[in-house]
Ligand binder design. Structure first.
Ligand code: NAI
Ligand SMILES: CC1=C(/C=C/C(C)=C/C=C/C(C)=C/C=C/C=C(C)/C=C/C=C(C)/C=C/C=C(\C)C(=O)O)C(C)(C)CCC1
Length: 532
């Protein structure tokens, strides 16, 4: 059932309607209907079909808002969301089931009680989206919220107005309106939403706005997920395949015209490799854009004049040398994929988040210098990429953190919709996608149950206290340390008993295997199998 209707003009939600919208969502949550798994599944199925049926409008809106090609619209937004719905539908029963608790979390002494973790929806949540993947980055958190049993209000980016209107239309038409709503607008509307009480706020966007959201949320102790940006480094050593590194990193800067918070801001490369790498970059560029980037139907545009001018300023301010691309066309917010060779960490290209098709190359003498430079530029970026030997890649991972990392490629670790994704430190708090999306909107509520018959067993807790019983209790329940005050493991009687009884096996499984082999050998020997 394709819907080929015209996309409505962008319309701000009336500010005075916002408290009512939030109140409806909260009221619906209190009816408990969202706790029913069949209800949640029906909403997810409806969302799937809404995305499928509104595909023509979504493709048109993405083209209009961002110049996104049909190819990227399909792969990174529309099919992405359909896959998200399907994955959640396939696994929701399992995710929502109570987790029974036992050993080792539950000590043997309390094993007669029943222990479990219930998965409860957090309540009514606010989801605020950015402009770069306007469909995916708004609806993927929604999939998690629906699956967890939350009600939700969504605030798409006003910078992608067509996408915002299509989503408002189909969510109103297809989902339960008492549980889910879209508020369209910019800062005033977001502020009005932030004046409401939410059970969680899921924000994707820039770090400065993330800070505003986190501060406001702190006033009411509202938990937040923040998916922010970062200045992401790529490392290239002498052990890299330079041609491959050039092609893959260029890919990372051409998807969505580089408007990907995960893509590399700068490349740290051994100084001896710079010239060859630049040659490979230009060759990869030629291969991807045989008629030049501006003529390519595949490359998107910068979302608006403000962001175009921001990127232009980075290029105007650089002291570096353009070694690939460099052309701009303000009439269509076009920026050519551009690489700049720089020689200072203070260069505008190193210091600012690019969030566009431009990046810089910074030569270094050693991998140690590369890692310390990257830690200086931004200690907790959203992603990093390493192109080196196995040992070099491990060194990079070990000596620098990031939200996620890809070895030998651009942001592939975040190109699969079912694998957890999130930042670290100031590049983000919390994660989602796949099961993590369900978890992000779920309260993990521990429940224990004490049987009446066990009263005598646990009576020791009552006053007046009996210190003899306390001594007995601690003797039974406290484990003796197998280490001394210097932090060294003490190989005492317990250790050697374990080694002898476990036949030298280091784990219970290893010991069991060894005993099984000994017993089998014994059986075969006593039954003649090994003697003949
Ligand atoms: N970690 C992640 O998953 C992602 C992070 N990003 C980051 O987002 C940024 C680009 O996206 P933008 O849409 O420009 O982000 P943004 O932070 O300007 O806007 C995000 C949302 O916040 C709202 N907003 C803007 N200013 C506000 C204010 N003063 N008060 C309250 N709400 C406000 C906007 O209406 C929009 O819905 C980049 O920094 C990028 O790194 C973008 C996509 C994904
Ligand atoms: C299927 C068969 C085969 C295998 C085919 C294979 C392995 C195909 C591989 C395709 C690739 C490499 C696809 C790449 C996809 C990239 C995607 C979806 C990128 C997504 C990026 C996103 C969502 C960015 C997000 C940005 C965010 C969050 C941000 O800005 O913050 C064989 C082996 C060929 C056999 C036949 C069948």
């Amino acid at each position: 059932m394709a819907t080929n209707g015209k996309i409505a003009d962008f319309e701000h939600t009336a500010l005075d309607a916002i408290p009512g919208i939030a109140s409806t969502a909260r009221g619906t949550f209190r009816t408990h209907k969202t706790k029913n798994l069949e209800w949640r599944k029906a909403q997810l199925r409806k969302l799937y079909w809404a995305v499928e049926d509104y595909t023509p409008q979504l493709v048109a809106a993405l083209k209009d808002d961002l110049g996104k090609s049909d190819f990227e619209a399909t792969l990174t937004e529309i099919d992405w969301m359909k896959k998200d719905c399907m994955f959640m539908l396939d696994h929701l029963d399992k995710f929502a089931k109570d987790d029974k608790l036992g050993a080792p979390a539950v000590p043997l002494t309390y094993s007669f009680m029943s222990w479990r973790v219930r998965k409860e929806p957090l309540g009514t949540v606010l989801i605020i989206g950015p402009y770069n993947f306007p469909i995916q980055l708004l609806l993927a958190p929604l999939v998690g919220a629906i699956a967890a049993g939350c009600t939700a209000v969504l605030k798409p980016s006003e910078l992608t107005p067509k996408c915002a209107m299509v989503m408002k239309t189909f969510l109103a038409e297809r989902l339960d309106n008492s549980a889910f709503a879209v508020v369209n607008g910019a800062i005033p509307e977001t502020n009005a939403l932030m004046n409401e009480k939410w059970d969680k706020i899921f924000f994707t966007g820039s770090a400065p706005v993330g800070t505003i959201i986190a501060k406001k949320a702190a006033e009411t102790l509202t938990p937040v997920v923040l998916e922010l940006g970062g200045k992401n480094p790529a490392f290239i050593t002498k052990n890299a395949n330079l041609a491959l590194a050039a092609k893959r990193l260029l890919w990372g800067k051409t998807v969505n015209a580089g408007q990907v918070c995960l893509s590399q801001n700068y490349i740290l490369i051994h100084k001896d490799l710079v010239d060859t790498f630049i040659t490979h970059l230009n060759a990869a560029y030629k291969e991807m854009f045989p008629k030049g980037a501006q003529a390519s139907p595949d490359l998107g545009r910068i979302v608006n004049k403000r962001h175009f001018l921001r990127l232009k300023k980075m290029l105007d301010d650089t002291q570096g040398k353009i070694v690939m691309g460099g052309s701009l066309d303000e009439t269509e917010n076009f920026i050519e994929p551009t690489a700049v060779l720089v020689n200072s960490v203070n260069d505008s290209m190193m210091q600012e988040e690019s969030f566009g098709p431009i990046f810089c190359i910074y030569p270094v003498n050693t991998l140690d210098e590369a890692v310390s430079t990257a830690n200086l530029v931004h200690r907790t970026p959203l992603s990093l990429f390493s192109f080196g030997s196995k040992a070099e890649n491990e060194k990079v991972l070990n000596e620098m953190t990031s939200g996620g990392a890809t070895l030998n490629d651009a942001f592939f670790h975040a190109s699969v919709n079912t694998i957890p994704f999130g930042g670290v430190g100031d590049s983000g708090w919390g994660a989602y996608r796949g099961k993590a999306s369900f978890d992000a909107f779920t309260h993990f509520r521990t429940v224990s149950e004490t049987p009446s018959w066990s009263e005598k067993l646990i009576a020791v807790r009552y006053m007046p206290f009996d210190y003899k019983k306390l001594k007995l209790l601690t003797r039974f329940t406290n484990k003796k340390p197998n280490f001394d005050r210097n932090g060294k493991v003490v190989k005492g009687l317990g250790y050697w008993t374990g080694v002898v009884c476990g036949l030298g096996g280091k784990s219970a499984k290893g010991a069991l295997m060894r005993w099984a082999i000994v017993l089998l050998a014994h059986y075969l020997y006593t039954h003649g199998g090994l003697r003949n």
